[in-house]
Write a protein that binds this ligand. Structure first.
Ligand SMILES: C[S@@+](CC[C@H](N)C(=O)[O-])C[C@H]1O[C@@H](n2cnc3c(N)ncnc32)[C@H](O)[C@@H]1O
Length: 232
């Protein structure tokens, strides 16, 4: 519960509705082992938010280390007090960096992960390219960059979609609100709302002002940034 609002904490609701760190850690390790023939140890989680993926990495990967990068101090504070505080001595293998991913230190990494489309915050081609170049620089010679993509015709429609979530003692509806889309620039504004039992709503718990990049554009940019092999 959030003491200020007496409603469930919006970060907990977010984690329960849109994140699946165990699946993601398993997926990245499987792909890395299959293609590189060894296990990855070093993860950089870009746009880490509550760093739930970085925490799971350190929990699941023996000897693994992780760095979570995010520019929002309050979110990182929440991560430290809630997710990292529960990790005991494993927390020693985890670091949080409060900075822009565009200027973050080049931590040596086997894997860089950027999930839930966060790089869509970069609306200009040159800026997204400089981010991809930065990721390429920070990866060691056998490194892999994992990122996900949201798009297609449905993403261009102004609409709300909701889904029931019943997890870890929390029951609520997750609402994805595609509030604005500009077909000329590809810019979109989306919100996440949470509908709680009893008719309460956490309106605009999270809002995103993004550009919808498409797959061919992203493949071109990744190639230009130095990535030799791009698997979809
Ligand atoms: C959509 S959330 C992603 C959280 C989590 N990675 C996930 O998979 O759900 C986006 C996060 O990116 C952070 N962010 C936005 N722009 C950033 C930037 N330029 N550098 C670092 N973090 C940034 C925000 O503070 C926010 O926590």
């Amino acid at each position: 519960m959030s003491p200020e609002t007496n409603k469930p904490d919006k970060y907990l609701l977010y984690q329960s509705s849109v994140q699946n760190p165990v699946y993601e850690v398993n997926f990245m390790r499987r792909v890395y082992r299959k293609t590189r023939g060894r296990s990855p140890l070093l993860l950089r989680e870009d746009f880490c938010g509550t760093a739930v993926l970085a925490c799971e990495w350190v929990r699941m990967v023996r000897g693994g280390r992780a760095v979570g990068v995010d520019l929002d101090e309050n979110t990182l504070q929440w991560a430290a007090e809630n997710n990292i505080a529960r990790m005991g001595s494993k927390a020693e293998r985890l670091e949080l960096a409060c900075c822009d991913v565009l200027t973050a230190e080049n931590y040596e990494s086997d894997i860089v992960a950027a999930f839930n489309f966060s790089y869509y915050v970069f609306k200009e081609r040159e800026i997204l390219l400089s981010y991809f170049r930065k990721v390429h620089e920070t990866l060691n010679s056998t490194g892999i960059f994992f990122l996900d993509l949201y798009g297609g015709p449905d993403a261009q429609v102004i609409q709300e979609e909701s889904r029931e979530v019943d997890e870890e003692g929390l029951r609520f509806s997750y609402v994805w609100d595609q509030a604005r889309y500009n077909p000329v620039t590809g810019e979109t504004v989306c919100h996440i709302h949470f509908d709680l039992p009893g008719g309460n709503r956490i309106e605009r718990a999270f809002s995103y002002d993004w550009r919808l990049w498409n797959l061919p554009e992203l493949k071109d940019l990744l190639r230009e940034a130095g990535f030799e092999k791009i698997d979809v």
